[in-house]
Every structure is written in C-alpha cells, then in structure tokens.
Write a protein that binds this ligand. Sequence first.
Ligand SMILES: Cc1cc2nc3c(=O)[nH]c(=O)nc-3n(C[C@H](O)[C@H](O)[C@H](O)COP(=O)(O)OP(=O)(O)OC[C@H]3O[C@@H](n4cnc5c(N)ncnc54)[C@H](O)[C@@H]3O)c2cc1C
Length: 240
Amino acid sequence: MTTQSHRAERVSAPAGSVEFDADVLVLGGGPAGTWAAVSAAERGARVVLADKGFCGTSGATAAAGTGVWYVDPDPALREAAMADREKLGGYLQDRRWMARVLDRTYQQSNRLADWGYPYPTDDRGKPQRNSLQGPEYMRLMRKRTKQAGVTILDHSPALELLVDDDGAVAGASGERRQKREERHHRQSRKSRIAAQPAEPVPNVLPNALHASPPLTPVRVSAAAQRRQLSFATILEPAHG
Ligand SMILES: Cc1cc2nc3c(=O)[nH]c(=O)nc-3n(C[C@H](O)[C@H](O)[C@H](O)COP(=O)(O)OP(=O)(O)OC[C@H]3O[C@@H](n4cnc5c(N)ncnc54)[C@H](O)[C@@H]3O)c2cc1C
C-alpha cells in the first residue's frame, strides 16, 4: 500500500476562508488529476487536489465505460497496434508518443489490478484489461488518492490562478461551494486554495504567515475556462 507522511499544510487565513501550503496543486479530479496527484504524492510532494464536483464521480470517465489501449509488451503486438492506429489516424501520429502511451497504459492498468480493480477474465482465465468501468475505476482512484496523503477539496472550483512576482503560475483561488451554500443561512465562506510550485519558492502565499512578497491574484483563468467550455480538445506539438 502506498502511504506518504507529508500532507499539505493548512495555514492561517482570513476568517471564512481556508488556505493550504502545498508543493503541488492539482486542479480537476478526473483520471488525469488523480493519477498526477498520486504520482506527485508518491514522490514525497505535499499535494492538494481541488475539483469543482466530487472527485471520484465528476468528469467524463466517472460516468462511462472506457476503452483502454492495453497491449502486452510483445514487440510484434505493439508494432501491430501502432500500425493499426496509424492507418486510422492518417499517419499523423508520433510513434514516440504512441510507444509512451502504450508503456504507461500497460503499467498503470497493472497497478489498478494490484489495487483491486475487478478486471474480468476470459474463458482461459486471462485478465481482460482493455476496458474500465468508470464508476468503479474513479471510485478506486479517489480511494488511492486519499491513501497517498493527498488533500482533496471537493465542490471547490478554481476560479483564478495566482502568479508570483515573476508572473509564473504558483497557485489558485476559488470557492468551496458547499460551504458557500451556508451563506444563505450564515456568512460568506469564500475560500482560497493556494500551492507552491514543486521547486520551493519562499513566500508565495497571499494572506499567509509568510506573505512577502505576496502572490498577485490575477485573472489568468479566462483562456482555461474558454477551453473547458469549448469541450473539444486536440493534441498539438510542443513546438510551433
Ligand atoms: C462519450 C465519451 C466516450 C469516451 N470514451 C473514451 C474511451 O473509450 N477511451 C478513452 O480513453 N477515453 C474516452 N473518452 C475520453 C475520456 O473520458 C477523457 O479523455 C478523460 O475523462 C479525460 O480525463 P481528464 O481527467 O483529463 O478530464 P475529466 O475526466 O473531464 O476530469 C476533469 C475534472 O476537472 C474538474 N474541473 C473542471 N474545471 C474545474 C475547475 N475550474 N476547478 C476544479 N475542478 C475542475 C471536473 O469536475 C472533472 O472532475 C470518452 C469521453 C466521452 C465524453
């Protein structure tokens, strides 16, 4: 079982808000977010994961069945799998990425099996790992994320990214919606979520104990929001 001793630290914050000091902040608790959070925590990072819904049930995968490109690491099988996809994709793929995806998918699927994901078996008893049931998969990912020591903030949409003095994104702020609902009955519960980058940078938290020089809250989230609302995503090269 994976455990880690480091947890994100809740730091002093104005009344009605919460603030965390962490090495890694993950926004979104779907497959990408939970795997990233687990990986960072397993490497000793103090991690906060914030999801606008409930991590484990939110995101596209949690409500669906998912086909998985699980291919045994037999060179002939891998070659056939890549050739098949190249044909489907008009030969636009980069084989280095395909090989990486195949490797990582194989490793992570086997980890899921080790963690207890109930893969079915075929007539000869061989596990079938080329698909996942979203609800079981993401429920397991939530459990493993918590076991890794990650602080999960549910119903906590990130609304702004925070930058340091050099303009580098170094945190985020948002709301805890369930707490905010209490406002109807009591006072506002707007919350801040902040995290340091993996490289320790001193004094990056606004309104925290060590707040000089502070992060500058700026609205750099508009592009990200538009991208989210546009729904479609594409692969694009890192250059050009
Ligand atoms: C109909 C359908 C079929 C699919 N079939 C397959 C398939 O067979 N095989 C396959 O590999 N893929 C399939 N996919 C794609 C797959 O579901 C996605 O690639 C996968 O869910 C992406 O994971 P993710 O973690 O990047 O994003 P998501 O699963 O979308 O998770 C994003 C998370 O971020 C949270 N979030 C969003 N904005 C904020 C914010 N501002 N603050 C905090 N949290 C936020 C959301 O609540 C959500 O939990 C399918 C998708 C669909 C819609």
